[in-house]
Write a protein that binds this ligand. Structure first.
Ligand SMILES: Cc1cc2nc3c(=O)[nH]c(=O)nc-3n(C[C@H](O)[C@H](O)[C@H](O)COP(=O)(O)OP(=O)(O)OC[C@H]3O[C@@H](n4cnc5c(N)ncnc54)[C@H](O)[C@@H]3O)c2cc1C
Length: 408
């Protein structure tokens, strides 16, 4: 057994060793099939601002929407490192598809880690695997922006029944999703930061459109605004409080998957810049064009970007079951700074690739066009605004010491 095949999680009590040790060999091929479908419609998805239906159909056909669900619940039990790799592969093909996949997998990670032991959530896990349900995310509310740790809407309770009405200003693929994972105040008299996480499915909520998604990039995510109205049962609330889920799963998995999707966009831009520089050098009898230094810079920042993602993936894998380590200031700072750094490096890489290509990159037609990549990647620093994250972790950064050695 290759050590790489060992899953980064504890075996469940009833799990056989065949179920626990995972065969990951099919993942790259399945992800490539989806990426091929995504690449074929990427330009039209961007132009029309439409949902990448064929790519998501391909993900369903390849059973990738349930790939993270444990084998005992009908999935493949893929670890986060494989999910991140898939986000990167998809990001190279179509940014919107990659981001949809990344957001869905973040919701599934919450379900897998925090839904185990809850009948309702376990049944949903089985449904995600069997029916390949697509889960969306609703955290943004009203004018609250990326302040995820504060909710306005509260869960209303009448006996075992609960309801929620939420001014959800942004829900990516809300209209296309089969379910939503959303935060809310625990109860009417609870503080804004006393939050719970709920998993709700299409049959128990309605979405009234409130805001269109007419944006610069990431147009295929169709992240429109809605009034969300839900009626269901109390067991749809995750047993653990949102504060824990946020620290242990929602933030780390979101930042790892998003960063991988952005790295994929950056890699696609580097690909185009490389093809451009090669063509230009061939045309000039082997002499490098003046933009070659920008191509080297793009490769350099892509290398940095991949390195910080893989380092954080390794750290997360090591501490995945250590609640104290995941809640520590050091880990929380690292995983938040990953998002900030990865988003900035991804933008820098695409910008360098664009400058390497010059007008050929700036044009909207032609093989070296980079307009779509640039527009898509510019969403990265504002998807939970980097300024907000940096301001939030300023105190924690002051409190943690400066490392005494390279591998501290
Ligand atoms: C492609 C895409 C898809 C998305 N999908 C979803 C989704 O599916 N579900 C969902 O719920 N949300 C989604 N969002 C929204 C996202 O989660 C954030 O709510 C949103 O990106 C925050 O945008 P903002 O910068 O306007 O908001 P804010 O964070 O409120 O920032 C607004 C402005 O205030 C500044 N600012 C804010 N706080 C501080 C601070 N503390 N210090 C200094 N300056 C500060 C920022 O620099 C910024 O200029 C998506 C966003 C994008 C881009």
């Amino acid at each position: 057994m290759n050590v790489q095949e060992v899953r980064f999680r504890k075996p469940a009590a009833d799990e056989t060793s065949e179920q626990f040790f995972l065969d990951r060999s099919s993942f790259p091929q399945r992800a490539t099939i989806v990426a091929t479908a995504a690449a074929a419609e990427a330009e039209d998805v961007d132009r029309q601002g439409r949902f990448p239906q064929k790519a998501i159909d391909a993900a369903r056909a390849q059973k990738l929407l349930g790939v993270q669900i444990p084998q005992s619940f009908g999935g493949d039990g893929a670890p986060i490192s494989d999910i991140a790799e898939m986000c990167y592969t998809l990001g190279r093909a179509c940014a919107s598809t990659a981001m949809i996949f990344a957001m869905h997998q973040t919701k599934v990670a919450c379900l897998v880690r925090h839904g185990a032991g809850s009948k309702w959530h376990e049944a949903l896990m089985r449904r995600v695997a069997a029916e390949q349900l697509l889960l969306a995310s609703s955290t943004t509310e009203g004018q609250n922006g990326g302040n995820i740790r504060f909710s306005t809407a509260a869960v209303e309770r009448t006996d075992a029944e609960i309801s929620l009405v939420r001014n959800a200003t942004v829900i990516s693929y809300g209209a296309q999703a089969d379910g939503i994972v959303t935060i809310a105040r625990r109860a009417n008299d609870a503080a804004g930061s006393d939050q719970v996480l709920l998993a709700i499915t299409k049959d128990d909520y309605t979405l009234e459109p409130s805001l269109e998604w007419e944006t610069l990039g990431m147009r295929g995510t169709c992240s429109a605004g809605f009034e969300l109205k839900f009626k269901g049962t109390a067991d749809q609330i995750f047993p653990e409080g949102y504060d824990k889920i946020h620290a242990q799963t929602m933030t780390p998995v979101a930042h790892l998957c998003w960063s991988s999707a952005w790295a994929g966009i950056a890699a696609a831009a580097v690909d185009r810049a490389q093809a451009f520089i090669r063509k230009a050098a061939r045309g000039a009898g082997g002499q490098m064009p003046p933009g070659a230094a920008h191509f080297t810079a793009a490769k350099m920042t892509l290398t940095k970007l991949r390195a910080i993602i893989t380092a954080s993936l390794d750290t997360y894998a090591v501490h995945e079951h250590d609640e104290r380590a995941l809640s520590s200031l050091d880990f929380q700072s690292q995983i938040n700074l990953l998002k900030v750094e990865a988003s900035e490096l991804a933008v820098e890489t695409v910008m360098s690739a664009m400058r390497a290509c010059g007008l050929s990159g700036y044009r909207n037609d032609g093989d070296f066009s980079l307009g779509r990549h640039l527009r898509d990647v510019l969403s990265a620093p504002i998807m939970i605004n980097n300024d907000r994250i940096l301001a939030n972790i300023a105190t924690a950064s002051l409190m943690s010491g400066v490392p005494a050695s390279l591998r501290d």
